[in-house]
Design a protein around this ligand. Structure first.
Ligand code: SF4
Length: 971
């Protein structure tokens, strides 16, 4: 056939197809849908009803963006709101979101289950009997607000500001509630961070002055992950998609994980080190880079605080870079591959191979650790510190394919009406023994209350379930049940939890698609802002309705927290005499209540560079733009902000000190600024730190006390820990030297990709996939114990034991057992999440507690026919109840790993049995506290804590001073 004949046939075939399509159905979307509905079609998107097939029944949808609230990543979602029913049909990814780019993990679409959950709490409830008795009466919002506000007002008027506490699990937003608490004048912010990521943060913070890494996985040559970041790490889906992208470009993936996780199966190099030995391996790699002169000399010379180190620790030598290099050559010589192999149980040749791979990465090493090893071990903060040492040696810091400081890749806009810093210091959250704790010592709260260190008049728990999530839950129950210690417990929650059960008020809050929040996370080298919004409210407003209050569109009397906080603040200070109301007043109409539209409208119009212009180009206000698209990319390809030159205009009356820090009298700019400014102390004459001298130029540097990357931490030395002033290896509390002969290590922290702590039990699709947590045990250990898969085993900790089923596998190293922490949900009555909570009996004899399972999960009738189709009965075992607190004396992190005895279950043992002795757990608390170096003995300057360290809600500088110092000065 000639070319002409061929072309003729192609044209004819095309014409025939087109002609046929005229008579054929053109598809509901009327366009060739490649991937996502284009944003121009979001007002009227058409899809067929799958159930009606083969009839073509079209449904018209409004597509409304919001963000997922099922983990910290805040991926973009698009809600498909049926225009006919006004209900949400489904959630899919928002292609306009720069972090998630239209993709989600399984938990994103399952937001729909949370909206329609038959067990969700729909009305405010007040306790009717004793706490924990399970009797409730429905009350109005007004009644609840009046009672709660009255108690807070009394506390504030009587100077009991520290008796008001807000304890948050997943914040899901940047700064809204801190602003509320500051307006009330309380140091009442408490978080879950010290049971989550404090140690991971501490290692990064001492290096960069910022507590999170932002790895640029997509452009890396080598991706080094401590633990299962591909399937369940920090920023799950946004990072996972970029890891796979990097792998697609040829990056080598190295995974350290004691389990054969899904991440390990995708690695080029997988090692399963003995838990807690990770820093020893990382230092052996660092030593290799140093000994082989494979580090980036130029970067180290320009950005490490080696001058400060030499001046402080080696005054005998001139502070030259060559002298520093000579010292560096000797610092880590003990960390040979053989030593690392001995500590970790990983073959020395494998470690050497990995070191060579890392060395080849150059400035393209993206590395990440967050919870896992850092969260499991005493001294775990050295895991992130030694991991970042590799980045710092290679100059893979804020480089393409390297690891950025998080603030370079995050944008937090300035809010409306900023209240002053509170004038109080809450020693319950920030006790004197832990001056360097990265976050509040939240998990010690019940022990401190028991010891009489304070009490609470009003205690809010919000998206937080300490009875279940924290270690030592029985001690939490003891304290939550005691009205002398906690006057009023208010649980702000969409669902029942083990903690809500011990509340006075259970107040129904919106799930992820029923609330406003602003957030920005370091998912890649860009700065973006995400906007979570109540989708039914936004849909109604887009359709021309006016909505004053989110309760008008939510099910039952479910509210959103932001409106609740505004209303509660007005109830606390109705006439403005306490000075609180002013922060919750309309900027346009002083004396009237602030609305969420005004709050976010102000931020979008005034604090987000580029957004007003972009919105105007589409004929929208900045608020309308964010309601329509749900996110805004402020800037991409940020690059190395620390290299930015400080403008002359900021250098009035400048002074440079001996280590190159530049101080100025120019005030800090108040406008939105893409470059995070240094926050550490100024000089003695009141100048502020503005940057550092690097080769004759003043550069922005890092927000550390030295303005550089701190290989050497003067802070750690000054506050009583000179032995840890440099990155090093600390032997864990579960190091083999510390275990008794018959003990093993329990890893109780690993996540399952489709569940998230206690927040996803209200998602039926996820519960069907994952609803139990057997004990992973290596076949060698199983053989030694004569245990087979499915057999019951007893796992004995320091304060009790739990009984669980064994899962015999080669996927965990011998000598270590693992149990996922998502499972083991329980309820004492019918108030609970019936699809993932077993019913239990809970008995207390003094300090001895016993929990027995009385009934597993079963099908139940509800408005959702699927609840009758529940086929699983198991809900796992609540292991955390049997763990004592293990606070790291420096980072404050609860060190999760446990030294345990695993034996075959005894005749009397039943699945799910829990035995706990809270007297033993209190003794463990005291034992660990003895390892601290408290501020009143070790503070170098009479303060409670280094001012430069991050703190979610920073009180006024004056209250950093220790009381004894204040007293001395006043006499
Ligand atoms: S990773 Fe999954 S759970 Fe987390 S925000 Fe994204 S979609 Fe939601």
């Amino acid at each position: 056939m000639s070319l002409t004949q061929h072309n003729g046939r192609v044209v004819a075939a095309r014409q025939e197809t087109e002609a046929r399509n005229e008579t054929f159905y053109p598809g509901p979307s009327r366009i060739q849908l490649a991937a996502f509905p284009p944003k121009e079609r979001w007002d009227d998107w058409v899809e067929l009803d799958a159930r009606a097939w083969p009839r073509r029944v079209e449904h018209h949808y409004l597509l409304v963006p919001t963000t997922c609230f099922n983990c910290e990543s805040a991926c973009g979602l698009l809600a498909y709101v049926d225009k006919e029913t006004g209900l949400i049909r489904k959630f899919e990814g928002n292609p306009e979101h720069p972090g998630s780019r239209g993709r989600n993990c399984a938990k994103g679409p399952a937001t729909l289950n949370q909206v329609t959950d038959p067990d969700r709490i729909l009305y405010p409830l007040k306790r009717a009997g004793k706490r924990g008795e399970g009797r409730w009466v429905r009350v109005s919002w007004e009644e609840a607000l009046t009672d709660i506000a009255g108690r807070i007002r009394n506390a504030l008027q009587e100077g009991r500001n520290n008796e008001v506490m807000y304890h948050v699990g997943r914040p899901g937003e940047d700064g809204y509630t801190e602003r509320v608490l500051a307006a009330w004048g309380v140091d009442g912010h408490n978080s879950h961070t010290n049971i989550c990521s404090s140690s991971g943060r501490a290692g990064y913070h001492y290096w960069m002055g910022l507590d999170r890494p932002s790895p640029d996985h997509a452009n890396a040559e080598v991706i080094l992950l401590i633990s299962a970041h591909l399937e369940s790490g920090h920023y799950f889906n946004p990072h996972a998609q970029r890891i796979i992208e990097g792998k697609g470009h040829g990056a080598k993936v190295i995974v350290f994980d004691v389990r054969l996780s899904n991440s390990a199966t995708h690695a080029d190099y997988w090692v399963a080190p003995y838990p807690g030995s990770e820093a020893a391996i990382l230092l052996a790699i660092a030593n290799y880079l140093i000994q082989q002169h494979l580090y980036n000399r130029d970067f180290v010379r320009r950005w490490w605080n080696w001058q400060e180190y030499l001046r402080a620790e080696h005054p005998e030598v001139a502070p030259t870079f060559e002298n520093f290099e000579a010292v560096l050559q000797h610092l880590y010589t003990d960390y040979t591959f053989a030593f690392a192999a001995q500590e970790s149980g990983v073959d020395a040749q494998m470690i050497a191979d990995i070191a060579k791979v890392v060395a080849k990465a150059g400035t393209r090493l993206s590395a990440h650790t967050w919870r896992s090893a850092a969260a499991g071990n005493l001294g775990g903060w050295q895991v992130s510190r030694t991991l970042f040492l590799l980045n710092a040696l290679l100059g893979a810091v804020a480089s393409e394919g390297g690891t950025y400081p998080n603030a370079w890749n995050k944008f937090v806009p300035r809010p409306l009406h900023t209240p002053p810093h509170p004038q109080v210091w809450n020693t319950l959250s920030w006790p004197i023994e832990y001056p360097l704790a990265m976050n509040e010592m939240s998990f010690l709260l019940p022990h401190e209350l028991k010891e009489g260190r304070g009490k609470l008049a009003v205690y809010f728990t919000r998206v937080y379930n300490p009875v279940w999530t924290n270690p030592d839950g029985c001690t939490w129950i003891e304290v939550l049940s005691d009205e002398q210690l906690i006057g009023l417990h208010v649980a702000l929650t969409p669902t029942w939890s083990e903690t809500a059960y011990f509340a006075d008020y259970v107040l129904p809050m919106g799930v992820g698609s029923e609330r406003h929040d602003l957030h920005s996370y370091e998912t890649h080298d860009a700065q973006w802002l995400g906007f979570r919004q109540p989708v039914l409210r936004a849909a109604r407003e887009r359709s021309g309705h006016s909505i004053a209050d989110t309760r008008d569109v939510n099910p039952g009397a479910v509210w959103e927290e932001n409106e609740f906080w505004i209303e509660l603040s007005w109830y606390i200070d109705p006439d403005g005499s306490l000075g609180i109301r002013q922060f919750f007043e309309s900027p346009q109409h002083p004396g009237e209540k602030l609305t969420v539209d005004e709050y976010y409208g102000y931020i979008f119009a005034n604090s987000v560079p580029g957004l007003p212009a972009r919105a105007a180009a589409e004929g929208l206000t900045p608020l309308a733009y964010m309601r329509r698209y749900g996110s805004f990319e402020v800037q991409k390809n940020i690059g190395p902000l620390h290299e930015h030159e400080v403008p002359q205009a900021e250098c009035e009356d400048m002074r440079t000190d001996a280590i190159g820090r530049v101080f100025t009298r120019t005030p800090k700019p108040q406008t939105a600024n893409l470059v995070p400014l240094p926050t550490p102390d100024g000089d003695a004459d009141g100048r502020r730190l503005v940057g550092v001298q690097v080769e004759g130029k003043i550069r922005r540097g890092f927000p550390t006390p030295s303005g550089r990357l701190e290989f050497y931490s003067k802070t750690l030395k000054d506050w009583g820990w000179p032995e840890y002033a440099l990155p090093t290896y600390i032997k864990s509390h579960i190091h083999p030297e510390r275990l008794e002969k018959d003990q093993m290590v329990l890893i109780p922290t690993f996540r399952l990709p489709v569940q998230i702590h206690t927040r996803s039990a209200n998602a039926k699709w996820l519960d069907e996939i994952a609803h139990t947590n057997p004990l992973w045990i290596n076949s060698k250990d199983a053989a030694r114990l004569s245990v087979h898969t499915g057999d019951l085993v007893r796992v004995e900790t320091e304060i009790g034991y739990f009984v669980v089923k064994a899962w015999v596998t080669e996927g965990i190293r011998p000598g270590v057992v693992g149990c996922s922490h998502h499972m083991g949900r329980w309820k004492l009555s019918n108030d609970g999440q019936r699809q993932l909570m077993a019913t239990v009996g809970l008995d207390r004899q003094g300090h001895r507690w016993v929990m027995n399972r009385t009934k597993g999960v079963e099908a139940f009738p509800s408005a959702d026919a699927d609840s009758q189709r529940i086929w699983w009965t198991d809900a796992g075992v609540h292991q955390n109840l049997t763990f004592p607190v293990h606070p790291d004396p420096i980072s404050g992190m609860h060190c999760w790993h446990q030294a345990v005895r695993v034996t075959r279950a005894r005749a009397e043992d039943r699945y799910g049995d829990i035995h706990v002795d809270t007297e033993k757990s209190h003794a463990a608390y005291k034992k660990w506290r003895e390892c601290t170096r408290p501020a009143d003995r070790f503070s170098p300057d009479g303060t409670r804590r280094p001012y430069w360290l991050l703190r979610p809600l920073k009180p006024a500088r004056e209250v950093y001073r220790l009381p004894a110092v204040n007293e001395r000065e006043s006499t």
